[in-house]
Design a binder for this molecule. Structure first.
Ligand SMILES: [Zn+2]
Ligand SMILES: [Zn+2]
Length: 190
């Protein structure tokens, strides 16, 4: 998904206590299990890597959100029906192992730097030149990919109709207010 806030300063700005809080107790409970607004707390760090295991990565703090992108560029790039993006602060992301990277335009034409494992060619993460503080992790490469769920789907106007996730907020193109979606996603994973 193209990562667009209402303006760039807004999406780069660190988000209050949820990101700053490193108290591990926050991630040990499941929020008491009764509050409707409480989600399942992610166990941090999140770890993942490529198919062959030579490229590994770690995400040390709560990401901002996970999105489906149905755009044509994502369909072609993945050879599938959509891509998944886990938007993460760069300061919280660490890759271990070499990556092979290429700069190429994303769906909007903005430049993206795709990182893949030089051995097995798995794509693990992407940088977007317009948002240098952000790493777009490919959550299918997480060791436990089922711990994160998408908050919304973008570019439904280019979607395969059968691939549109039911009961998930959809946007014809990029969502207009990602900040709100970030908050929703973080609440569901804290
Ligand atoms: Zn590999
Ligand atoms: Zn896309």
């Amino acid at each position: 998904m193209e990562f667009r806030g209402r303006d760039r300063r807004e999406v780069k700005r660190p988000r209050g206590h949820a990101l700053a809080n490193t108290d591990s107790s926050r991630y040990l409970s499941h929020g008491g299990g009764t509050g409707a607004s409480m989600g399942i707390a992610l166990k941090l760090p999140l770890t993942g890597g490529c198919v062959c295991g030579s490229l590994r990565y770690r995400v040390s703090a709560l990401p901002l959100g996970v999105f489906i992108c149905h755009c044509r560029n994502c369909q072609q790039r993945t050879g599938s029906v959509y891509s998944l993006s886990m938007i993460t602060w760069r300061k919280d992301f660490e890759a271990m192992g070499e990556t092979l990277w290429r700069d190429s335009p994303g769906g909007s034409g903005a430049m993206h730097r795709q990182h893949i494992c030089p051995q097995c060619l798995t794509r693990t993460h992407t940088e977007q030149s317009a948002y240098p503080n952000i790493i777009n992790v490919r959550p299918g490469t997480l060791d436990q990919p089922n711990v994160v769920t998408p908050v919304a789907q973008a570019w439904t106007k280019e979607a395969h109709r059968w691939a549109i996730a039911p009961n998930l907020k959809g946007f014809e193109e990029n969502p207009s207010d990602v900040q709100e979606l970030f908050e929703e996603w973080q609440a569901a994973h804290s």
